[in-house]
Design a binder for this molecule. Sequence first.
Ligand SMILES: NC(=O)c1ccc[n+]([C@@H]2O[C@H](COP(=O)([O-])OP(=O)(O)OC[C@H]3O[C@@H](n4cnc5c(N)ncnc54)[C@H](O)[C@@H]3O)[C@@H](O)[C@H]2O)c1
Ligand SMILES: O=P(O)(O)OC[C@H](O)CO
Length: 341
Amino acid sequence: MVIQKAAVIGGGSFGTVVANILADNHIHTVQWMRNDDVARSINEQHSNPQYLPDVSLNPALTATTDLLDAIRGAEVIFVSVPSKSVREVVSSFSAELTPEQALVSTTKGIEPDGFLLMSQVLAEICPDNPVGVLSGPNLAKEIAKRELAATVIASENSDLRRNIQEALSCPYFRVYASNDLYGVELSGALKNIYAIVSGFVAALGMGENTRSMIITRSLAEMSRFAVALGANPLTFLGLAGVGDLVVTCTSPLSRNYRVGYAIGQGKSLAEAVDELGEVAEGVNTLRYVRAKAQELSIYMPLVMGAYEVLFNGANPRVVAQGLMTGEHASDVEFALPRCDI
Ligand SMILES: NC(=O)c1ccc[n+]([C@@H]2O[C@H](COP(=O)([O-])OP(=O)(O)OC[C@H]3O[C@@H](n4cnc5c(N)ncnc54)[C@H](O)[C@@H]3O)[C@@H](O)[C@H]2O)c1
Ligand SMILES: O=P(O)(O)OC[C@H](O)CO
């Protein structure tokens, strides 16, 4: 199926980027947002000054504050609001959907009640609609400038996967497919925690060996958690796993990395979040993952250390040093299990 009309729910950085790619691909795209001024600016100036200043958007992209106008007749609806708002926003239009309209989440977060990923929230609210997840190393500010990037569309529905590959693929954006919805989405949520850790390690002036150690041990920790929750760890080797982990743990364009960096410089969590002024999903994800790891007795030293720094005021340098003195461990636990070292 060739998608004729798409809706994007959310007026922030990533919603605008997805809407702009669709418009570049000549798909009639309507982006919904709450803010009248931003909608007017997208329609009249072809820019989103609040989130993507200095970026020229495709003039064919239209924005609206009328939610029903946005979703009416759209074959696919991208949901791009922060995780804490997904249920509320999607519930406000779910009764208007027809069963063939597909929903694709771009949100990298977790709902604490029931530890639900966003596709699970969508499936709960809209049980008759096909659901997918878009996730990968996708810093909005780079894609907005049409720098080359790739992503993953994950869904159990092969028609949805193919339709989204068709709709979003263009000379600067390549879309790979996965049928592991849970693994793709879980890795997108988890990597935000490790971006915060990498941010504070960078602020402390630690070297490249340290950074490499943190990224690699983050991958080991994420995979351990994923396996305990029944996910396929092989998915973590793809763009939505390693790919997104690397970019978010190394780029100052990542909001999660910036929150960590500010904390490493001695700011409080509240100061770091205020200064950012955008969503950093990793802060809440850290709380929920720590609770889940404690509930299931999953060994996650980086998560536990990061929690102490963010929420209990522990000194990041002392916590980082403490991570060096854990029990002797295995490098790749899938090759040498922890119990066999
Ligand atoms: N920015 C990126 O580089 C990027 C890339 C991939 C995925 N994501 C993910 O996409 C999601 C959205 O991120 P973003 O970067 O667009 O965030 P953002 O902070 O730039 O924008 C969030 C938008 O959602 C709107 N919003 C918040 N609550 C709302 C509500 N209740 N009703 C209506 N609108 C509401 C805000 O007004 C804002 O327009 C996050 O989960 C993020 O992890 C972001
Ligand atoms: O800015 P962040 O930290 O939310 O990261 C953005 C994207 O998830 C990178 O893929």
